[in-house]
Design a protein around this ligand. Sequence first.
Ligand SMILES: [Zn+2]
Length: 431
Amino acid sequence: MFKKIAGFTKITLLFILAAVLTMTGIGISLQPEYMQKEVAEADPSVMEMKNKPIRTIYKGSETVVQQPVLASAAPNKQEKQSDKTVYLTFDDGPSELTEEVLDILKKKDIKATFFVLGAQAKVRPEMIRRIHEEGHVIGNHTYNHDYSKLYERFHEFWDQIKQTEETVRLITGNRPQLVRAPGGTAGKFDETYFRLLQEGGYRVFDWNVDSGDSRRRGVPAAEIVKGATAQVNLDKAIVLLHDGAGHRESVKALPDIISYYQKKGYRFDVLTPEMEPVQFKLQSKVVPKLVQPGKQWIADHVSGNGSLFKAGKTLTIDMRGFATEFAPGEYRVAQDKLLVPLRTAVERLGGKVTWDNKNRAVQVSLSKLNWVADPEKGVIQINGSGGKTIASEVTFIGNTVWMPIRDILEISGHPMKSISYDSNKYRIVTL
Ligand SMILES: [Zn+2]
């Protein structure tokens, strides 16, 4: 019943849309092909599936399907090729095996999603670059995969997500928004993990097809193929694979896995933040972690984080040929001043900071000059002979020291020459 209504509504909408487009003259050249295809595919059951992301929650053998929301009626050309989609996902890389995985994907012209570890990204930045440049999606799999730390309390999980995010951002310029929990969320995430990651703008993806390649050491390729192709009836198959060290058999299995899904008429795609994530259901036996983040910690770390993934002005700084950028959410505008986190700003401009706990001040070394920022007194002390003290709006926001970017640049001997802005960005050029 529901299916029929949904299909009918969809067709009606398409006819109205096409009619409007034709009337306004926009759709004239488009109209014939567009209408034919839609009518040819106007099978209600097909239409329903194509247009509504279904939130499926897996809990052992029991599957709960929540009623989805009707998505946009605008047809998408890609979606017409096939109704079934497979999302190949690779965890734990990049490793020495990633290159081979990328070669196979390239040969087959397939895009996949790589949930990378920050520590691995750091030692193989060229692989991260290649994954990115070849059109795959990079997701965040934490920094070091260490369960004992990650699942003790949320703070540690968050810190590792941010650390990996910064590592990837420095290589590709993009920050990963998709997150996969090491080992999956089941039995590991409490409600706080789900809620705060969502609030921070991240999208957590588990999987619904486990290739079984990490069940034990050295699972043979044939068994991995079997595991990765077990759920033939899924419309959206999210396949868990690994490209971390020691997973050579997964690489061996990959061509067969790809051929299998191709034969079954699946199209291949990457996970996106817009999709309804597939997540394991929060198990009632999971006890909330003993240490929970406090209100202030959440306000300082999580609350503003979501805006990093929203469109807004970026702040770019050109410091004598050395350019850096702050995304929306990474800086603040307060009383006509652009404030930036001191450590982030100095490090991105090629300098160093250390926190002097005794004097509760930040020691900065930037452009061969040393100075101290005192957030409690709101002053800067310039070191060296004839060192002077100047007032600045250096201040704590939460536990982070923020400072007007103008002051940072001026003290470093690169005063602002110009500041301009349009709807997309602020741009500062220094002397
Ligand atoms: Zn993993």
